[in-house]
Ligand binder design. Structure first.
Ligand code: NI
Length: 157
């Protein structure tokens, strides 16, 4: 009996191919025919030690269609918004602000905030602050505005 007569196997093969297509060009975690598991935790401090540039998020993990990214903030970013997605900021160390047209949020280490989609915001950090971002893969840091502060969005570290 050919393999495609087994619905579950057929489904698994289809799912693996879909997974592969989805993450191709980003990082291949699942491979057709098997699941490749890397039995190592992701250490935030170790990852933060791998770069020094500001306002340039680096991907450390993928969860379904979302990326976990870390970024070092210092100084002022630009006003922007994301038309299609909410955006989560979690301060790892240091202190940051998310400034809105009608208010602001101060984040201390261990605190997080979700900026709703379509709401203009401007991140700011007086002193360097390390931040974890959770947002859909491909989210552009400058949102609808673009410009010279736009970072490459697919750098894994
Ligand atoms: Ni944003």
């Amino acid at each position: 009996m050919p393999f495609f007569c087994f619905p579950k196997l057929k489904f698994l093969l289809f799912k693996q191919q879909a997974d592969r297509r989805r993450i191709e060009g980003v990082k291949l975690v699942r491979e057709v025919g098997r699941i490749k598991v890397d039995f190592k935790p992701i250490n935030l401090q170790e990852k933060l030690g791998k770069f020094t540039d500001h306002w340039s998020p680096k991907i450390i993990a993928q969860i379904n269609d979302y990326h976990l990214r870390i970024v070092k903030l210092q100084g002022d970013f630009i006003w922007h918004m994301h038309d299609d997605t909410d955006e989560m900021f979690l301060a790892i160390d240091g202190e940051m602000e998310i400034v809105f047209r009608d208010g602001k949020v101060v984040l201390k280490p261990g605190e997080l905030f979700v900026v709703p989609k379509g709401v203009e915001h401007k991140p700011f950090a007086k002193n360097e602050c390390n931040v974890l971002l959770f947002e859909p893969a491909g989210t552009i840091n400058t949102g609808d505005v673009g410009g010279e502060m736009t970072a490459e969005e697919d750098i894994w570290i």
